[in-house]
Design a protein around this ligand. Structure first.
Ligand code: SF4
Length: 369
């Protein structure tokens, strides 16, 4: 019997051979990942779910300290469900993509309150939970419950594109890469979680983006890109559009008790629900920015913070200001806090500004990025 997918044929024997090569490599190789279960033990679904949500668009290296901090503070899904949302958001600060933190908390509540603290085992049921899409459901089903599932993250896409020498560019080729990867996963009931992790690890450690380490790769003999000498060209990508440049102001507003005014951002939108410093809208036209009506004319510090979001670059000018007699604005959440105990609760863009603004030497700084 032969498997035929879009001109890339693998026989059942070939598939078995690839699986064997991947699993032998996986067994002989240890990657220091705190949520990985020791050989022979079963990983806790809570741990795998937490790590998979954190790893969405974030590197394992960046996730590790957050994962450990969350588990120490909220050792079970019940503990996380009982946490205050603002504490979860503050603990997530700096990890980015903050909708993940809101959904993490919502999902913990559903699992703890509606499902008795037990995560469902199938992809279909997992996908009904907040914040769990196709990829995450497949990863949890395979890794935490040992169910066959086609687990394809960016690392697996790169391995598959090279193994089959797929020339079409990302992101349009994603469905084809998933179909090709499915050849490895389909109906493999013995060790589906380990197979998924072997492909993910291979992409993260060996089949790396710029200079794949093919001489260490268990798939080198059959890899089509290696045979054709095009490993570094693959996977091809459609050229990304240039990110727009946006501008804004940040305000450091103090009172006579040495507190600073902070802003709880609205639930919806960028950095939703996170604590930040008062800011203008962020626009492409810097001349359209106007100071908030609740402050006296602010003093520019001539310091700029630069930050890169996925879809735009941002330059923020810093200002010092004082408040008018009272806050006239009722629809925004403002609060006075001690600035020294607040930095860790801020998302990265505000953390950069905060670091400068609490510095006694800030007048000597010119540009921060
Ligand atoms: S041989 Fe090289 S290009 Fe091919 S899968 Fe292995 S590391 Fe990637």
């Amino acid at each position: 019997m032969t498997v035929t997918i879009a001109n890339s044929k693998l026989s059942v024997n070939d598939i078995a051979k690839v699986r064997g090569q991947l699993l032998r490599w996986y067994d002989s190789y240890t990657r220091d990942i705190p949520w990985r279960a020791n050989e022979g033990s079963i990983p806790a679904p809570y741990h795998i779910w937490l790590s998979e949500i954190m790893c969405q668009q974030t590197t394992v290296q960046a996730v590790k300290p957050y994962y450990e901090k969350f588990l120490q503070r909220w050792p079970s899904v019940h503990d996380l469900a009982n946490a205050r949302q603002e504490d979860v958001m503050a603990a997530w600060a700096g990890l980015g993509y903050y909708a993940r933190a809101r959904n993490l908390h919502k999902c913990a509540k559903v699992v703890a309150e509606d499902l008795g603290g037990v995560f469902p085992a199938t992809q279909e049921q997992l996908k009904k939970l907040p914040g769990i899409g196709d990829y995450t459901a497949a990863a949890i089903a395979a890794i935490a419950f040992n169910r066959p599932a086609t687990v394809v993250d960016g690392n697996v896409e790169r391995v598959v594109a090279r193994f089959f020498a797929v020339e079409e560019p990302l992101p349009t080729v994603k469905p084809k890469l998933k179909a090709l990867a499915a050849q490895f996963y389909n109906d493999f009931t013995t060790r589906p979680g380990d197979l998924a992790q072997s492909l993910m690890d291979l992409g993260a450690e060996i089949c790396i983006p710029k200079a794949p380490r093919c001489s260490l790769c268990p798939l080198q003999a059959a890899c089509q890109a290696r045979k054709q000498g095009i490993t570094k060209q693959l996977p091809r990508k459609i050229k990304a559009k240039t990110r727009p440049q946006k501008y804004g102001h940040i305000y450091w507003i103090t009172n006579d008790q040495e507190q600073v005014l902070f802003h709880q951002r609205p639930e919806q939108g960028l950095l939703g629900g996170m604590l930040g410093l008062p800011t203008t809208d962020w626009n492409e036209d810097s001349t359209s920015l106007t100071h908030p009506e609740y402050i006296n004319i602010p003093t520019p510090l001539h310091i700029q913070v630069q930050h890169t979001f996925t879809h735009f670059d941002l330059k923020l000018d810093l200002f010092e200001a004082t408040l008018k007699a009272k806050l006239p604005v009722k629809d925004i959440k403002l609060c006075w806090l001690c600035p020294m105990s607040t930095g860790d609760k801020l998302p990265s863009v505000f953390k950069k500004a905060h670091k400068i603004l609490v510095s006694p030497n800030k007048q000597n700084l010119e540009v921060a990025s």
